[in-house]
Design a protein around this ligand. Structure first.
Ligand SMILES: *Cc1c(COP(=O)(O)O)cnc(C)c1O
Length: 363
């Protein structure tokens, strides 16, 4: 393969489109006549200002959102959002509903409890998080400030395609591992956050999208860096933002638009998922997916083999054959294939050939 690259199925940081890496490489030493690299520029320069605002415009275009949503580039990862959301929107006597669908939700719940009442509206713990809840299964609170969801559970391999109906209560959603992977209606969402390093770019920047009417209800008196207001008022330029990460995210978003936008991303991701889940279903005596069919993630495909020894062999031989990152998260074991937007369908076609051969030798 070009540049002797391998197929990279890491969960995050994850594969980026090669076209983007090439374009960035071409302009690396002298960005569009500025005479310097993007990472050497002032965040107050006119060149960076254009990069910053173009990136915001691309987020808006891909998401299909207008001026009623704020688009912010923050730091501290999705993990900081676990705390920033309740810090800004909860408080004494206020309640938020949280849907517990895996380790990331559990972490979000732990942080929220520091700032107000948390009602766990559904917990998948007893079913080992193998499926997502339906609206009827949610035990929602009257007058909740928001309902928190995790749209794609990176470790357990579940993903919402139809979001639960919260009856008008704003949804706050951790979309770190599937943002902009398929079309969806943004209207019910009060706030969406996502670390960039899975589907949007490199680590170091967190995208936050916030509906203005929800934002208007934020608490006051919060320390500056952790108040959304600071970043809204200053267009994410209150302090030095992660300029290079924003630039790269902007290039990834441009690539998505050039590829045909959300419709094309959705088709690409559906194709990969159909190929891999189809192969697993056809060979379920050898490869077993523990996730309920209607909850299976297009982004992170988890599966087991008959024994841990065989799984270790699969991961090892996969690596030797040029497939990186096939090991499941250390907390759950097994195997996992992370295939975000950047992963081309050919990577999955090649992987399936390897899986077929591995099965033939070990079945
Ligand atoms: C990776 C991940 C996180 C953690 O993100 P950081 O940017 O490392 O804080 C949170 N939520 C989900 C769903 C993730 O996949």
């Amino acid at each position: 393969m070009e540049y002797e690259r391998i197929w990279n199925f890491n969960a995050g940081p994850a594969a980026l489109p090669l076209e983007v890496l090439k374009r960035v490489h071409e302009k690396f030493f002298n960005y569009e006549g500025a005479g310097m690299a993007v990472m050497e520029m002032s965040h107050r320069s006119k060149e960076f200002d254009k990069i910053h605002n173009d990136t915001i415009a691309r987020v808006r275009e891909l998401m299909g959102i207008g001026d009623d949503y704020h688009v912010l580039f923050l730091q501290g990862g999705a993990s900081t959002q676990f705390a920033m959301v309740p810090m800004n929107f909860l408080g004494e006597g206020k309640t938020a509903d949280y849907v517990d669908t895996g380790s990331w939700s559990t972490k979000a719940i732990k942080e929220a409890k520091l700032f107000g009442n948390v009602n766990v509206a559904f917990s998948g713990k007893e079913i080992n998080y193998t499926r997502l809840p339906k609206t009827e299964e949610l035990n929602l609170t009257d007058g909740a400030r928001y309902v928190h969801l995790t749209s794609n559970n990176t470790i357990k391999g579940t993903q919402y395609f139809d979001f639960p109906n919260t009856g008008g209560v704003p949804i706050v959603c951790d979309m770190s591992s599937d943002i902009l992977s398929h079309r969806f209606d943004p209207t019910p969402f009060g706030l969406i956050y996502a670390g960039a390093q899975k589907n949007l770019g490199p680590s170091g920047v967190t995208l936050v999208i916030m509906r203005d009417d929800f934002y208007q209800t934020a608490n006051e008196g919060i320390t500056s860096m952790l108040a959304y207001k600071t970043h809204v008022d200053k267009n994410s330029l209150y302090n030095t933002p992660p300029t290079f990460a924003i630039y790269l995210m902007g290039e990834v978003l441009k690539w998505m638009l050039d590829m045909g936008g959300m419709e094309a991303m959705e088709a690409r991701n559906r194709q990969k998922a159909d190929t891999l889940y189809g192969f697993i279903a056809d060979n379920k005596d050898f490869y077993h997916c523990p996730v309920a069919e209607d909850s299976r993630s297009w982004m992170n495909v988890v599966f087991r083999l008959q024994s841990e020894d065989l799984e270790a062999k699969f991961v090892q031989e996969g690596r030797e054959a040029g497939f990186n990152g096939l090991k499941g998260h250390r907390s759950v074991g097994g195997c996992r294939v992370s295939m975000y937007n950047a992963t081309p369908p050919e990577a999955i076609d090649d992987l399936v050939v390897f899986m077929k051969n591995f099965m033939a030798k070990n079945g």
